[in-house]
Design a protein around this ligand. Structure first.
Ligand code: FAD
Length: 416
């Protein structure tokens, strides 16, 4: 069913009784050409592009809960392609280009809003680092503008310019960055993939990976065994656990990251803004709530909730950036499990088992990557070699020493 102004009008005339479910609830088949484990953004996007770009439609997405229950429905919705390193930049820019055409492509309103992402800087050294990053972006054909203090003040006058412990000197702006409604992305990809014949199986947990003759032959699930030609893992925060089912040990730690939403306020922040002297990022949703977050909780965990010390830490950073926030009430907060890699960059690669493919290590920046990740992972699965923009996102880069360490933090997963 295509969505359009006319379909809304006609369905309105029929009392909204003729709408069809956005995707089916199919029975599990005994065998698929490709099984994707994980019905998050990346798994669903992979299924969509496998069907659309590569004509592979005998595909199942197995999700242990409901789609969107993982990080794709828990993130702070920020998209951007303001990366420094050549191993990252072309990939995230491909993602940005796919975001720009996504709603037309999916025929689904994912509320893509290119309202701009502004990273504040507070010292000469930070100004140099952001200038360098902006230049690298421009050399890759990505938009970047360096704003001085007065330009930032004109845009966001409520920031703490006076008596600030961390005086704002300026900011790096990517105007094409912004926000996207996170669960709308999962729903849009699910609907698109389903319409091309992909089976989306919810409440179906993968509990084991069965092998024969050195290859994967299928998966054990909470609904029984399912055979497959190829198996693709896209389980984000559960990557280490699921890979262990194939006796693989990944260079990944799982950590909790929290997000917060305030009471609804009149519109006053028209972009995403990040604090450079601490870790804090905020945007304002269309309903008026401030959507914000900061550092991870800092310990390994598989719990989708965080603790109060980090709540205090994040809100302190927020108040240092916007003092007026001290009067605002927080309505809700939640946590998600982040698959933190050792260098802070993702892995899209084949594994030592021929027909087993891995998509993981998204850290806390994987939402913005969703379209390119799905596109490139589908390319890898269909063609058996990496897409040009993911050539450096190899699993063996950690043993070969070719890290993509965007922040220069070294093997400190909680700091990336
Ligand atoms: C609080 C928070 C804020 C964030 N903010 C941003 C942001 O602003 N911008 C950004 O770019 N990124 C952000 N991220 C990161 C981003 O959300 C993730 O990197 C990304 O969503 C991960 O990919 P995914 O969507 O496929 O993961 P998920 O949605 O987590 O999908 C993985 C799925 O696998 C399923 N699964 C796990 N194990 C099994 C199993 N054994 N069998 C079957 N299914 C299984 C899970 O149930 C889950 O649904 C944030 C994350 C959090 C938690």
């Amino acid at each position: 069913m295509r969505y359009s102004a006319l379909s809304i009008f006609l369905n309105g005339l029929r009392g909204n009784t003729a709408w069809k479910s956005a995707w089916r609830a199919p029975a599990l088949k005994p065998h698929y050409d490709v099984i994707i484990v994980g019905g998050g953004g990346h798994g669903l996007a992979t299924a969509y592009y496998l069907a659309k770009e590569f004509g592979i439609r005998n595909v199942a997405v197995l999700e242990k809960s409901y789609i969107g229950s993982g990080n794709v429905g828990r993130n702070t919705t920020i998209i951007r392609s303001n990366y420094l390193l050549p191993g990252n930049n072309p990939f995230y820019e491909l993602s940005m280009k796919l975001w720009e055409g996504l709603e037309q492509d999916l025929n689904f309103n994912a509320m893509v809003s290119q309202r701009g992402v502004l990273n504040l800087f507070h010292s000469d050294a930070q100004c140099d680092a952001y200038t360098r990053r902006g230049n690298a972006m421009r050399l890759h054909g990505v938009d970047a503008d360096l704003l001085d203090r007065e330009q930032v003040r004109e845009k966001l006058p409520f920031l703490n310019f006076e008596n600030a412990r961390f005086p704002i000197q300026g900011g790096l702006l990517q105007q094409r960055g912004g926000t996207v409604r996170h669960d709308g992305v999962a729903w849009g990809y699910a609907r698109g993939a389903d319409s091309m014949g992909v089976d989306i199986i919810q409440e179906c947990e993968v509990t084991g990976i069965r092998r024969g003759n050195g290859k994967v032959i299928g998966v054990e699930t909470s609904r029984g065994f399912v055979g497959c030609g190829k198996l693709a893992l896209a389980v984000a925060g559960n990557s280490s656990q699921v890979a262990a089912m194939a006796d693989m040990r990944l260079p990944i730690e799982s950590h909790v990251l929290q997000a917060f939403v305030s009471e609804g306020l009149k519109p006053f922040i028209d972009c995403v803004v990040t604090f450079g002297a601490g870790h804090f990022y905020v945007s304002q949703s269309d309903k008026g709530g401030l959507v914000f977050g900061g550092d991870m909780d800092g310990y390994n965990s598989y719990a989708q909730r965080g603790n109060l010390a980090t709540v205090e830490h994040v809100i302190e950073a927020g108040k240092a950036m916007i003092p007026a926030l001290s009067r605002v009430r927080v309505l809700r907060s939640w946590g998600g499990i982040m698959d933190m890699s050792m260098d802070g960059s993702p892995i899209i690669d084949r594994t030592s088992i021929d027909n087993l493919y891995l998509n993981a290590g998204w850290c806390y920046g994987g939402f913005k990557a969703t379209p390119a990740s799905g596109f490139c992972f589908a390319h890898l699965i269909a063609r058996n070699h990496a897409h040009a923009v993911t050539r450096e996102m190899r699993l063996d880069r950690f043993e070969r020493g070719y890290l993509i360490d965007e922040k220069g933090q070294g093997a400190q997963p909680n700091l990336h």
